[in-house]
Design a protein around this ligand. Structure first.
Ligand code: GRG
Length: 305
């Protein structure tokens, strides 16, 4: 599949996701206007929507286009959590970044207190979205079980054993001289990988994937998450600021533990390519129906080469 064809597939799903996000974030009577505005600023900027698009693609792969449409709100819930994580990550107490997605970070635009509260609101809203979307899976006991499972999967991926854990270990490792490859892998698996893996899984669960298919898609999501994070590290290390929406070189300046820091840029690229191969292997049972997911992981790695 050519890069143009892949972009066409992604853009179509991105449009549906953007529309749903705008509906989720429309002004509400009980919500302070400035909070609503800050939530929209955090979420509706020029992001790639990788996580919700993955959710939709995984659901489509398992059960066709209608299943993809039903999975949209679950993917949007993950995008709200992703946006909250970026807002909090940019805060002075964390990575202290003034820019995100080519714009002032939320705390620069709205102040630190509102940035913290916007993150809180987005995280909470994510679970409200899951609860409201549960009905879209149907009224059967099976549908209810799937919706509850999706809520649990999102909580596990985002919480104290997932993304938050990764962030805690990442901050604790900053500036340390000899962080092992194993620690870097564990930080990345939780900090970035957990939400990406979860995005694929909840799409598959919403669509009713049999467990053996879910296992393969989980393997895909894990390998994609790894490839994505290594590619981001490489782009940061090679100062490709146009591709990452922030100034490059930040990881090294902060003494962050990264793949290029340990393996060198070429070694990191090799590791990313291996992860992409593993992701492609996991898709094999789906045959030609999985060409978009396959092209996506290849594209993630090629961006960094
Ligand atoms: C604050 C609990 C807490 C967690 C923060 C994910 C994260 C954890 C911080 C982000 C730090 C960072 C820049 C990681 C590199 C990989 C990454 C997640 C990049 C941003 O995701 P994209 O590229 O962003 O999907 P867009 O803007 O396209 O949505």
């Amino acid at each position: 599949m050519s890069p143009g064809e892949l972009e066409g597939h992604l853009a179509a799903r991105r449009r549906v996701v953007e529309r749903a996000l705008r509906t989720i974030l429309k002004p509400r009577a009980a919500r302070p206007a400035r909070l609503g505005e800050a939530m929209r600023y955090a979420v509706l900027g020029p992001g790639k929507r990788l996580r919700p698009v993955l959710t939709v693609l995984a659901a489509e792969l398992v059960a066709g286009p209608a299943a993809g449409t039903r999975a949209v709100p679950f993917g949007c819930a993950l995008e709200l959590i992703h946006a909250y994580s970026l807002v909090h990550d940019d805060l002075p107490a964390m990575d202290d970044d003034d820019e995100r997605r080519g714009k002032p970070s939320l705390h620069v635009a709205y102040g630190e207190a509102l940035a913290i509260l916007t993150g809180d609101a987005l995280l909470t809203e994510a679970f409200a979205v899951v609860a409201r979307a549960a009905a879209s899976l149907g009224s059967s006991a099976t549908a209810a079980r799937r919706a509850v499972r999706i809520g649990g999967e999102i909580a596990d991926a985002a919480g104290a054993d997932g993304m938050v854990a990764g962030q805690v270990v990442d901050l604790a490792s900053e500036g340390l001289a000899d962080v092992s490859l194993r620690t870097v892998a564990s930080i990345h698996r939780r900090k970035t990988g957990a939400l990406i893996r979860c995005a694929v899984r909840i799409g598959a669960i919403a669509a009713g994937a049999p467990e053996r298919r879910l296992t393969r898609l989980t393997d895909y999501g894990e390998a994609l998450g790894l490839a994505f994070q290594i590619a981001d590290d490489v782009l940061d290390a090679t100062h490709a600021s146009d591709k990452i929406g922030r100034a490059g070189g930040g990881d090294a300046a902060r003494g962050k533990a990264t793949y290029p820091g340990i393996l060198g840029v070429d070694g990191a690229r090799r590791r990313a390519r291996q992860a992409a191969e593993a992701a492609s292997d996991a898709l094999r049972p789906f045959g030609s129906r999985a060409t978009v997911l396959d092209a996506l992981v290849r594209h993630v790695v090629e961006r960094a080469t």
